[in-house]
Design a protein around this ligand. Sequence first.
Ligand SMILES: Nc1nc2c(c(=O)[nH]1)N[C@H]1C(S)=C(S)[C@@H](COP(=O)(O)OP(=O)(O)OC[C@H]3O[C@@H](n4cnc5c(N)ncnc54)[C@H](O)[C@@H]3O)O[C@H]1N2
Ligand code: MOO
Length: 408
Amino acid sequence: MKLLNVDTSDKVRKKIDESFTDSYDRWEQIPIGQSLGRIAFEDVLSPIELPQFSRSVVDGYAVLSRDTYGAGESMPVFLDVSGHVEMGKAAEGKVSAGEAIYVPTGAMIPEGADAVVMIEYVENLDESTVAVYTPVAPGQGIIQKGDDVELDSKVLSKGEKIKSRDIGVLSALGIEYIKVFKKLRLSVISTGDEIVDSFGEVQYGQIRDINTHLISAMAEESGAEISLKLLVPDDFSKLREAIGQALKMSDIVVLSGGSSVGAKDMTAKAIESIEGGQVFVHGVAVKPGKPTIIGRAGGKALFGLPGHPSSAMVIYKVFVDHLIRKYYYMSEDTVYIQASCGENIHSAPGKETYQPVELIERDGEYEAAPIYGKSAAITTVARSMGYIRISENKEGVKKGEKVRVALF
Ligand SMILES: Nc1nc2c(c(=O)[nH]1)N[C@H]1C(S)=C(S)[C@@H](COP(=O)(O)OP(=O)(O)OC[C@H]3O[C@@H](n4cnc5c(N)ncnc54)[C@H](O)[C@@H]3O)O[C@H]1N2
Ligand code: MOO
């Protein structure tokens, strides 16, 4: 009898970390306009301080704050207007005691001034005199030089996924190009005599391929690029050949199907038959995904995911995405949502259970509704927004219990 020797998921992640210790250090330099969603290869330090000069954040008069002390609605202070600052130009002139210079929003603060009074609190008495009806504190109405970004401060960390707002910051600093990780190359091989091209003829008894497309899309979401997609029948030599071909052109090979112990489940044996091929995980104490396989060949990673699409999706997220993040120096950035459990969920003690859920919003609170359906059901995949992890020591989750939903 052949039984799988199962590891806990924490132990499996540890094995992944220990097995793939070579750092992934391929990078390319790209214009920031093309960097959205890419992963920063190194820390980015600001080459300048920002703003580069103190600027007004309001339309008003640059003054010496102490000149305005005691000003009030019934007792204005009178100041001489000695000029105005033009946008995009260096401020000319200096504000001395008893003087004010007009500054539009965003313009440079002239020398001497330490605050700006908004025009709403100022009355123009004539060309060169204003009455100020409010006191202003030092710094009021001004964004000081270097307030936003200090010189040499870190604006992006190695391993950070570049977001639209980061592109905003980089533009403000005049950084045109950025070093990002070259995308990891990932191949997907789907196996099974019954699996056929999703878009071709389908005979009765055959199944349209889901996993190749599902896993490729998830890998792209993780920041990898797909170097090869193959569909192979349950034929040992064809599978072996496909693995060999995939290894040549990728850093990670993901296989779907054939992970279990049935007569046609030959993924593990095929990996072991490759030169230097070794399987170091076959079986994980998780539900779904018990027959998961993880191996390596010449430093490259191979994953054998269970064929059921929803199991493949969970195992991809829990192990393959984990390795991609490690290679990219990314911190765990799973987004969790607090929700209350919509119904009792039973789980198998001794196995960590990943229960796909749908999130339903009720009065600003989320309810996590478990999505059942055999792991072969594609709607389980399509409707699930995330999953609840139920530890191996628990027997389930009670209706109404607070849970953390990890978003897919
Ligand atoms: N005797 C045992 N049988 C099974 C066990 C076990 O421990 N002992 N584990 C079960 C579990 S759990 C799972 S999950 C499956 C895993 O099976 P395989 O990884 O060997 O996958 P297949 O048998 O090839 O396929 C399973 C299922 O998924 C469909 N499939 C496969 N590939 C695709 C694809 N690319 N697109 C769409 N659907 C796909 C396939 O047609 C099967 O229905 O084993 C259990 N059995
Ligand atoms: O991986 Mo399986 O049935 O646990 O889906």
